[in-house]
Design a protein around this ligand. Structure first.
Ligand code: NAP
Ligand code: HSE
Length: 433
């Protein structure tokens, strides 16, 4: 006898929700073959029922009342694609407490309340999946929790924000200034009308919090992650980086050595040979190094209607398979590692500095002595003549130094009258040393 279809309550019918409706309709036969069950979208929550939709749905399915999904005993599974913290948080909580499985694409919510919601899901024997929340269509959460589960992850580095990667690629390829590149990203529909979360690095930080949580098996709070956005990046910085064999990207970095971790988001220079260096435009990629597996990289579209919907519906398929096996809520691994952060003396990288100096005898010697006193050696130095003002510009890359050593150098440079301005400073990843 053919089984009843899985009944889904869809919360949100915007970009991702429309993709979910399209995918469930167009791939119904494949989904049935893989799960043995049909998938029926029974109700769709929206803010405004009267709004024109890009996808055709029976208007009788639309509701503006969350309780019509949450209190409907016939609905097995809730797909939350509204975004934001509220009412998404309350809806997901209530859905889990009612024994409904949940699939969400909401990184803001999972970065902030993921641990609590996952614990409720486990207690209730429900699945809570969120593959689409990081890097859209790239199945990187599943790679961490399943494909690499036997390994110990030492590094996760990600280009996990498509908008900023598009902006930096435009600045690098065409010399477009930041503000114009941002306007172009908005014209092309990549950046939101309010692009603050993307440009300030907050969107990437939310995704890195989720990746580090899964990779390092430890709780971490979003406000523990130092975040720097790309607003101050200039085309000159990108050109100097290029001259020295590097590209400039907004990078999320999560590293763990000897049980201690660092997690941060910042514009950083990547050696041209690093696997992430060639990830351009709106594409995302996550580089993962495991002690046993070595280097791996996951690349693809980090956003967009159909790529994101693919991740959502694939999660839905896993929930249905679990229902068939009766194992919902049993596959989750609670964080089991103690949270220990590295100190500034234990965080190592190379550094790029661009300085405006007085163009006078002895200034260069004074500068190099600051680095020597901090026991930091220089890898590359470039002097750029400036035609006016009796100043010169120095661009340099250090050998590997600790964050503590670098902070000491920056303090000393700030005290030197001959150092007129620190134009820019970036962390450098990849390359020798
Ligand atoms: P969106 O286009 O703004 O759509 C949001 C949908 O939710 C709309 O249908 C809206 O209803 C509905 N909604 C919002 N607030 C509501 C409320 N208070 N009550 C009832 N309905 C409400 O958003 P999206 O781009 O699809 O993103 C959805 C989620 O996916 C977010 O968490 C986002 O971070 C995540 N995500 C998106 C992408 C992407 O490429 N867009 C990629 C990865 C992850 P109306 O249509 O009536 O306004
Ligand atoms: N604003 C995000 C980005 C969308 O630009 O990558 C996907 O989370």
């Amino acid at each position: 006898m053919e089984q009843e279809p899985i009944r889904v309550g869809l919360m949100g019918l915007g970009t991702v929700g429309s993709g979910v409706v399209r995918l469930v309709k167009n791939h119904q036969e494949d989904l049935w073959q893989q799960t043995g069950r049909g998938i029926s979208i029974e109700r769709i929550l929206v803010r405004d029922k009267g709004k024109e939709r890009s996808v055709q749905v029976d208007s009788g399915l639309l509701t503006e009342r969350p309780e019509e999904i949450l209190q409907d005993k016939g609905i097995d599974l809730v797909v939350e694609v509204m975004g934001g913290i509220e009412p998404a948080y309350t809806c997901i909580r209530e859905a889990l407490e009612e024994g409904k499985h949940v699939v969400t694409a909401n990184k803001d919510l999972m970065a902030l309340h993921g641990a609590e919601l996952l614990s409720i899901a486990g207690d209730k024997g429900c699945d809570l999946f969120y593959e689409a929340s990081v890097a859209g269509g790239i199945p990187v959460l599943r790679a961490l929790t399943e494909g690499l589960s036997a390994d110990r992850i030492s590094t996760i580095m990600g280009i996990v924000n498509g908008t900023t990667n598009y902006i930096l690629t435009e600045m690098a390829r065409k010399g477009t200034p930041f503000a114009d590149a941002l306007a172009k990203a908005q014209d092309q529909g990549y950046a939101e009308s309010d692009p603050t979360a993307d440009v300030e690095g907050l969107d990437a930080a939310r995704k890195m919090a989720i990746l580090a949580y899964l990779g390092f098996h430890t709780h971490l709070a979003l406000d523990e992650i130092p975040v720097q956005g790309i607003r101050d990046v200039t085309t000159e910085d990108i050109q100097f980086a290029d001259q020295l064999g590097y590209v400039l990207k907004l990078i999320g970095i999560a590293k763990r050595n000897e049980g201690k971790m660092e997690v941060s988001v910042q514009p950083a220079l990547l050696s041209g040979e690093h696997p992430l260096a060639s990830v351009d435009g709106v594409f995302n990629a996550v580089y993962i190094h495991g002690e046993a597996v070595g280097e791996t990289m996951f690349y693809g579209p980090g956003a967009g209607e159909m790529p994101t919907a693919t991740a959502v519906v694939s999660d839905l398929v896993t929930v249905v398979k679990h229902m068939e096996l009766g194992v919902n809520g049993r596959g989750m691994v609670a964080p089991y590692c103690e949270k220990r952060w590295k100190s500034p003396r234990e965080i190592f990288s190379k550094h790029f500095l661009r300085l405006r100096l007085a163009d006078e005898a002895g200034v260069m010697a004074g500068l190099t002595s600051v680095f020597a006193e901090a026991a930091v050696s220089l890898e590359k130095v470039l002097q750029v003549p400036i035609s006016q003002g009796g100043e010169a510009e120095i661009v340099l890359i250090t050998h590997t130094a600790s964050q503590h050593q670098l902070e000491t150098i920056l303090r000393r440079l700030d005290e030197m009258p001959a150092v007129r301005q620190l134009m820019s400073h970036y962390r450098v990843e990849g390359g020798n040393g």
